[in-house]
Design a protein around this ligand. Structure first.
Ligand code: FAD
Ligand code: EPU
Length: 341
């Protein structure tokens, strides 16, 4: 196991923020985690990093970055004639897992195509897009307990999944390193989810009358490319903030003065509504605005971009200005989705 020192992190975070870490170690075998534990790495400041697509380094990382590169994609079981269980090593790239499933004819995650990052980070914030969240197909995961070295199995109920939430961001924060993720997918008779407006529009444009899982993934990829900047060309971490969930009463009040405001159902009790943070930010005049090397994306106001050379502090400063505007105009505090370090 090689531990590098004084390592540049710009290629390890999709914001492309230039900063350094004291140490960096790449883990590709589970038994290497015991080595780190015995070297007391987990007892000192450290950060588990997958693709770095949901983090913002505000400054130098004074500790050890542990790059998760645990590999593997395999079928590990079946349920009845129509369901299989697949397992991904936590360091596998999520989009490669989606493509692999489509090639094998396994359905369930085609709507989650093109989300950057690793399979292991996906349950952490219960990734979601185009009407599907990973929790919908989640079977279980393996997680290494840093203090004891034991592997624990978490089934869906014990993960406490919510909108961009899980137990690993909540009460079990920082206690585990997720090593493998299992999903229950369909091997035939796929239940396509096409209800997210734009998917049907794109399928119709392409004259696809009988969509397959591959068609759905392709449609999702094309919608995403229209709106979201590719971090290979423009640094970003996807949505910077979560969409706010508010009481129905507040949503109704805001609708009186903002009749075009998008409002979505949230949860099952009927008392909550989800608002579109991108819309709120756009109304405050931020869309396409640039301050130095940082800006609000011109096609998706929920995405903050690094035009090149911005520091984490500059990005955070703009995010805070956006947050303050939305709070002043709508009385709503936007909560970052990105993990601020
Ligand atoms: P990282 O950024 O490396 O880590 C994120 C957090 O998870 C950190 O706190 C880290 O310590 C922790 N972590 C990472 N791996 C592990 C592990 N194995 N065990 C324990 N903790 C771990 N997200 C969505 O939900 N939907 C979208 O549609 C979406 N679109 C995006 C589009 C773009 C262009 C970008 C840049 C990001 C987008 N995201 C989206 C956000 C991001 O891709 C996801 O949150 C992704 O799951 C992060 O994976 P990662 O490996 O890059 O995590
Ligand atoms: N909108 C605007 N202006 C904007 C952006 C959005 O008015 O600049 C409006 C849109 O017109 C639409 C609504 O807001 O009425 C929602 O917009 P969109 O469908 O683009 O999705 P979003 O709510 O902004 C969420 C996720 C994305 C995910 C998409 C697709 C969050 C925080 N973000 O974005 O996830 O890909 O839906 O399902 O929930 C991420 O988490 O990083 C991410 C990119």
């Amino acid at each position: 196991m090689h531990i590098a020192t004084q390592v540049r992190l710009d290629t390890y975070n999709t914001f492309g923020v230039l900063c350094q870490a004291d140490r960096l170690v790449r883990v590709s075998q589970i038994n290497e985690l015991d080595g780190l534990r015995h070297a007391n790495i987990f007892a000192a400041p450290h950060l588990i990093l997958g693709g770095g697509s949901n983090v913002l380094f505000r400054s130098r990382f004074e500790g050890t970055v542990i790059l998760n590169r645990l590999e593997g994609k395999q079928v590990v079981g079946s349920l009845g004639s129509n369901h299989i269980i697949v397992q991904f090593g936590a360091g596998e790239r999520w989009h490669e897992c989606v493509k692999w499933c489509i090639d094998q004819g396994f359905g369930g995650i085609e709507n989650l195509a093109l989300i950057p990052g690793t399979a292991g980070a996906a349950p952490l914030q219960n990734i979601g897009a185009y009407g599907v969240e990973i929790k919908d197909v989640f079977h279980s995961l393996d997680a290494y307990e840093k203090s004891t070295g034991q592997i624990h199995v978490f089934e869906r109920e014990s993960c406490a999944f919510g909108y961009r939430e899980s137990v690993f961001k909540g009460s079990l924060r920082n206690r585990f390193l997720i090593t493998a993720v299992r999903l229950m997918l369909t091997s035939g008779q796929h239940q396509l989810r096409l209800d997210y407006g734009d998917i049907q529009r794109v399928l119709a444009q392409e004259n696809v009358a009988h969509p397959t899982i591959a068609h759905v993934a392709k449609a999702v990829e094309s919608i995403r490319r229209e709106k979201l900047p590719d971090p290979a060309y423009l640094g970003n971490a996807g949505s910077f903030f979560k969409n706010p969930i508010v009481a129905k009463g507040l949503a109704d009040k805001l609708l009186q003065t903002n009749p075009t405001m998008p409002v979505y159902e949230s949860g099952h009790d009927g008392g909550l509504r989800k608002l579109a943070a991108g819309w709120l930010i756009e109304q405050c005049g931020w869309k396409g605005k640039r301050v130095g090397q940082v800006g609000v994306h011109d096609r998706q106001a929920l995405v903050i971009v690094n035009y090149g050379g911005a520091t984490g502090e500059e990005i955070w400063a703009l995010a805070q200005q956006v947050q303050a505007s939305v709070r002043q105009r709508f009385g709503i505090l936007l909560e970052p989705e990105v993990n601020i370090l």
